[in-house]
Design a protein around this ligand. Structure first.
Ligand code: EPZ
Length: 430
């Protein structure tokens, strides 16, 4: 079993290049099967969730050609199966985007009901509400969601809760429905806008993405396109907070600084300097970190996907901080792991009260999920001594070459496969 092993203490210094946004890529790749012509997609991150989705797409008959590590040509002309197996849905929830994509294109699709997840209950009622309002008959039988319609008709859809997944899934189906659809209280995340831009590049007619009302005029078919995915705001934010934790000085390149505003503001409140360039941000943290208060919110609020990282860094800031998680109810499972490293954090419901400690100390911990895993790596990079992190496959779901990028910034981190390799790392870095 692979593990990360880190020795803390090295400030991160240098430049790091951010890859394409995982959560945009998952929706855009699924959407690509809606065209019967080849679609070229660039800046696809090489992460595990993307590979699983591509396998699911191949299984239903999509042609997937890897042009290079980050570029794929997808052709959905020969899709022969409108059913996505449980095997894929259980590995990655986002394969449910194939439901919206196939329903839009073929007016029929079925996917396994997404199972339990690691960050709290994750219902999909709003996705299904949207499909039903578009005229689909949606049934849940024997663990499968079956959606079909003689024809899809544009509709007015109000989302009772802001949901990235529901906004995107409904946008996919509605792009090829007859007439006009309005999605109200839509999610405004950068990747929602990216998916809309991509669909428009294939001939869809979507307006208003990035605001809370999205208007879609359905079209009959979607055509060939070439598209490059936006940079990953969460990967960028993770490196920015790793710089803060280690009192570093890094230039985070290939980003859209506007997408990072909530993250940058919190770093500034904590005493770091953040300088914005056209497509880069520099983060310098030389002073003692200060406490602050954070509530996770839908974009443009502070992202829930950065909550474990900021909590971890606040754990070594002066004073008491309060973090409120308003999106997912079970996103503090890493706090017990962090406590083994000396953190003093009390979780009450969706609030974490963080009493800053002077430093973390290395320990053997395990990642409970993707972002929490990345947060534990950050803790390991600033801890005294050696930290071993188990279950790193979660981290590999969403971060490409995480340890390689961190090493290029001066971190002492390696992937190890055995006790012998861990001992070798300890000797080498000791
Ligand atoms: C997306 O999940 C991301 N995943 C998550 O990233 C991210 O944490 C989340 O958005 C919030 O930004 C992908 O894009 C693949 P939601 P999603 O629907 O779409 C409730 C990561 O680490 N809700 O915006 O599943 C839901 O319970 C991952 O990269 C309903 O009630 O999130 C939650 O409280 C983890 N009914 C809120 O809405 C529904 O039908 C927001 O969830 C759908 C959602």
């Amino acid at each position: 079993m692979q593990q990360y092993v880190t020795r803390g203490g090295n400030p991160l210094v240098g430049e790091v290049e951010i890859g394409g946004a995982k959560n945009a890529a998952l929706a855009i790749l699924a959407a690509a099967v809606m065209s019967d012509e080849p679609v070229l997609i660039e800046n696809v991150p090489d992460v595990r969730d993307v590979s699983v989705l591509l396998d699911a797409m191949k299984r239903i008959g999509a042609h997937v050609e890897r042009i290079d590590r980050h570029t794929y040509k997808i052709d959905g002309a020969d899709i022969h199966t409108l059913s996505v197996d449980y095997e894929f849905i259980s590995k990655i929830r986002a394969s449910y985007y194939l439901l919206g994509a196939l329903l839009g294109k073929y007016k029929q699709a079925q996917v396994a009901f997404p199972g339990g997840c690691d960050i709290g209950s994750r219902p999909i009622d709003l996705h299904l509400k949207g499909f039903r309002l578009l005229g689909a008959n949606v049934e849940i039988e024997h663990g499968l969601i079956k959606a079909e319609a003689d024809e899809l008709k544009g509709s007015q859809i109000y989302l009772d809760k802001v949901s990235v997944g529901a906004t995107i899934n409904i946008m996919l189906a509605a792009s090829m429905a007859g007439g006009k659809t309005t999605i109200e209280n839509a999610a405004k995340e950068p990747h929602v806008v990216d998916v809309a831009n991509f669909l428009n590049s294939m001939g869809a007619n979507i307006k208003g993405a990035g605001t809370d009302v999205i208007r879609i005029n359905g079209v009959e078919s979607l055509h060939a396109s070439e598209y490059s995915i936006i940079p990953d705001q969460i990967e960028a934010g993770t490196f920015m907070f790793a710089a803060a934790a280690t009192k570093g000085d890094i230039m985070v390149k290939n980003v859209i600084p506007k997408h990072l505003e909530a993250i940058s503001s919190k770093l500034v409140e904590m005493g770091c300097e953040v300088e914005e360039f056209d497509d880069a941000v520099r983060v310098v943290c030389s002073k003692e970190l200060k406490s602050t208060q954070v509530t996770t919110l839908a974009y443009p609020g502070f992202p829930t996907d950065m909550q474990p990282q900021i909590t971890t860094v606040l754990g070594i800031a002066q004073g008491t901080s309060i973090v409120t998680e308003s999106i997912f109810e079970n996103r503090y499972r890493y706090v017990d792991e962090l406590s083994r490293m000396g953190a003093s954090i009390k979780v009450e419901g969706n609030t974490a009260i963080i009493y800053g400690v002077e430093k973390y100390t290395g320990a053997h911990v395990s990642s409970p999920d993707l972002r929490a895993g990345a947060a534990l790596v950050i803790a390991g990079l600033c801890a005294d001594g050696v930290t071993i992190i188990d279950d790193i496959y979660y981290i590999q779901r969403g971060y490409e070459d995480f340890e390689i990028k961190l090493r290029s910034l001066g971190a002492a981190i390696e992937i190890t496969d055995s006790e012998k390799e861990i001992q070798k790392f300890i000797l080498k870095t000791g």
